[in-house]
Write a protein that binds this ligand. Structure first.
Ligand SMILES: *Cc1c(COP(=O)(O)O)cnc(C)c1O
Length: 445
């Protein structure tokens, strides 16, 4: 075993060899060293590499979305045939979802008050455009291609436009993105420009941008890729698939998400309903959705703080009038969603009904956290060598809040989804320069 790898002097004449445990950086004569590898008979290194590797060399087996393609085969193709897959399935060379899986993060566990063995966090920021949106965009753009769409359209708090722009550029499609002006992180806006999208600035918030984009799409024959599109939801099912696959299909007690337009909540619910139906899982994890205090539509309605009624899916008969009255009261009071976590600064979650269905099936709960709590959550993730954006910090802050009030029990197992990578670079800089912040490490002069 030990001598399959060794160190060797780069000087041909000298050629001194050292064991791999040698810690010097030069040979006795002062020449630099190389690390060398030997074949392991009867195989060559090349044979070993290819035997272990994905044997068909198919990007669709590597993709974190398409390796579950039998479970989202809306193209109705023979999924074993690689040629057919590459004709139909949209993929960024297999990169979507490939690196995001659950990780233990000790510093976060300590912060939220759980044992590290019971807590996993899944960084969806490890997607090629930097957020979980790539999971659903791969499938939505696949459907757009299937129906011959020439242009995809979305409204965005930032990450949707980055993801849509990336896939559109890769597929040679046009892409229009409706963006609430001044309310999007600089890193996200710059991606939309860089991928060559047509930006449409909306003087309003995300909810206004979505309304406008849906109206324009109808008139101009575009194809909407917001999470109201059911094919987005199909791809996002792979987020819980990957978590469950990693856990050997033994569901955790909880799956925790930040709540914005509620596409994630909806897709997680659908994935669990299907897996349960198919007998693939026996236990149903509870979904916890964490709203920002400044954009708390779902929490207000679900927990009965509006008109005292707790809004429920109610087996398919939700009180839709209650939702309308809530929106009306927001308008009357001129109350706009308001949080620094722009990705979840949404007042009218487009998927609220599918979200309620998911909460009913999983006996889910909804809670809120403050901006300060989200920033601490985001910073705790950073201390484990992972980065995430402020909205993802809601997951950590929510787990902490639910654990400290005993809803999440000390020995419950929890998977938290970190929805996106940091794209607002000044946020951590500001956080750490203020010594009053919990995890702040201000610079030295
Ligand atoms: C889009 C987004 C959300 C909100 O997700 P929904 O599925 O709309 O609830 C949360 N975090 C990040 C980073 C996002 O990009």
């Amino acid at each position: 075993m030990q001598d399959r790898a060794y160190l060797k002097c780069i000087d041909e004449q000298c050629g001194a060899k050292y064991p791999i445990t040698y810690t010097g950086v030069e040979c006795m004569a002062g020449h630099l060293l190389d690390v060398k590898y030997k074949d392991i008979p009867p195989y060559s290194l090349r044979e070993l590499f290819y035997n272990r590797r994905n044997p068909q060399g198919s990007i669709f087996n590597e993709s974190g979305v398409w390796r579950f393609r039998e479970l989202l085969n809306f193209c109705q193709i023979d999924t074993g045939d690689a040629k057919m897959c590459s004709k139909h399935l949209v993929s960024l060379d297999g990169a979507e979802g490939r690196l995001s899986k659950p990780y233990h993060m000790g510093r976060v566990a300590e912060f939220v008050g759980l044992n590290s063995e019971n807590l996993w966090l899944q960084p969806e920021g490890y997607n090629p455009s930097g957020s979980f949106k790539d999971n659903g965009m791969a499938t939505a753009v696949t459907h757009a291609k299937m129906v011959g769409a020439k242009k995809i359209v979305c409204a965005s708090t930032g990450n949707t436009s980055a993801s849509a722009g990336m896939f559109a550029a890769n597929e040679g499609m046009a892409c229009d993105v409706y963006i609430p002006s001044g309310q999007i992180a600089p890193g996200k806006l710059s991606q939309a420009y860089q991928f060559g999208t047509q930006i449409v600035k909306i003087d309003g918030n995300f909810d206004d941008a979505l309304d406008q984009s849906l109206r324009d799409t109808k008139e101009n024959n575009g194809y909407t890729v917001n999470s109201v599109n059911p094919f987005r939801i199909e791809g996002q099912k792979t987020i819980p698939y990957r978590a469950l696959e990693y856990l050997g299909w033994e569901p955790p007690d909880w799956i925790v998400y930040p709540g914005g337009a509620l596409g994630n909540t909806s897709s997680c619910g659908k994935a669990l309903m299907e897996l349960y139906d198919w007998g693939w899982i026996k236990k149903i994890p509870r979904i916890a959705v964490i709203n920002s205090k400044g954009a708390s539509t779902l929490s207000d309605l679900y927990n009965g703080s509006f008109e005292g009624e707790k809004l429920r899916w109610n087996q398919g008969k939700p009180n839709i009038e209650l939702i309308h009255r809530y929106y009306q009261s927001l308008d009357e009071q001129k109350k706009r969603p308001n949080t620094k976590a722009t990705a979840i600064q949404i007042g009218r979650p487009a998927n609220i009904l599918k979200g309620l269905r998911a909460l009913e099936f999983t006996n889910g709960i909804v809670d809120t956290v403050t901006d300060a709590q989200m920033l601490d959550g985001m910073s705790a993730v950073g201390l484990n060598g992972f980065d995430c954006e402020m909205a993802s910090g809601a997951t950590v802050a929510g787990i902490k809040k639910l654990t400290s009030c005993g809803i999440i029990k000390k020995d419950d197992s929890v998977v938290g989804i970190l929805t996106g990578r940091q794209k607002d670079p000044m946020l951590p800089v500001e956080y750490h320069n203020n010594p009053e912040n919990l995890f702040a490490r201000p610079p030295k002069d």
